[in-house]
Structures are given as C-alpha cells and as structure tokens.
Design a protein around this ligand. Structure first.
Ligand code: FES
Length: 131
C-alpha cells in the first residue's frame, strides 16, 4: 500500500508477521516518525494513532495506519473539489496537510471556496477529517 504526497514524499506500509513494515521517502521528520513506528505490533496501532499530532508527517502517518487497518475514510471522492475555480481535491488536501486549518486560509492559498461557496462544506469536511 503506497500513500503519496506532493509527488516526492511517500509511505509504503504493510504488515509482516503481524508487525508494521514502513518504507518512507520524504523529509527527516517523516523518516524519524517512521523509525519510531516501524516494527510495532498490529495491536499497538490504535495507541500510536492516538499519540499522533497535527504536523504534516503525523497526518500522513495517521492516514497510512488507518489505511492499513481499513479504517481510512476521506470525505470527498471527486477529483475536482471547487468547480468555480477548478481546484483539485488534492490541492485542498495538501494545503491542510501542510498546515492550513480554516476554509478562509484555504481560500487565500488556492482560491477554493471563494466564489459561490458551495464547496465550503467539503473543504470543512476535509479539514475535520485530517485534524
Ligand atoms: S464550487 Fe467552490 S466556490 Fe463555487
């Protein structure tokens, strides 16, 4: 299972003999976090998820661990989120992972949500899902 972010950062995760097996490529904080989690048992995953915070590497690791458990539920599945501004869902999601936490910040960053506003609830749902 592979999770990509910004084309260059990725996490590959699976279970080997009941232990989490992680391969990552990305920033040093992502590598450091992977080193802490690599090798934990399947039964310890929920406890590790509960400890994760809001730094980008923690949000990505949370997604990876939830995907491994089959529990990841992203609230919006279409490729384009803001139809007025033709903003892809991925751009909004990356902005949240990168640290933006309100629809207003997202709008200033990429213009999603600033025209008709119909996509505002979807933007808020992504923020809520990630954080
Ligand atoms: S659909 Fe996003 S502002 Fe209209």
């Amino acid at each position: 299972m592979k999770i990509s972010w910004r084309n260059s950062d990725f996490i590959e995760i699976d279970l080997k003999a009941g232990k989490v097996n992680l391969e990552v490529n990305g920033c040093q904080p992502l590598h450091d976090l992977a080193n802490k989690i690599n090798g934990i048992s399947e039964s310890e995953i929920d406890a590790y998820i509960a400890k994760l915070g809001l730094e980008h590497q923690e949000l990505l690791m949370k997604e990876a661990l939830l995907r491994l458990q089959g529990k990841w539920k992203f609230p919006y599945t279409e490729e384009e989120l803001c139809h007025c501004r033709m903003i892809p869902t991925k751009v909004v999601d990356e902005a949240v992972i990168g640290g933006l936490r309100t629809p207003e910040e997202i709008g200033r960053f990429c213009s999603a949500g600033i025209t008709c506003g119909n996509c505002g609830t979807d933007i808020a749902a992504i923020i809520s899902c990630r954080t």
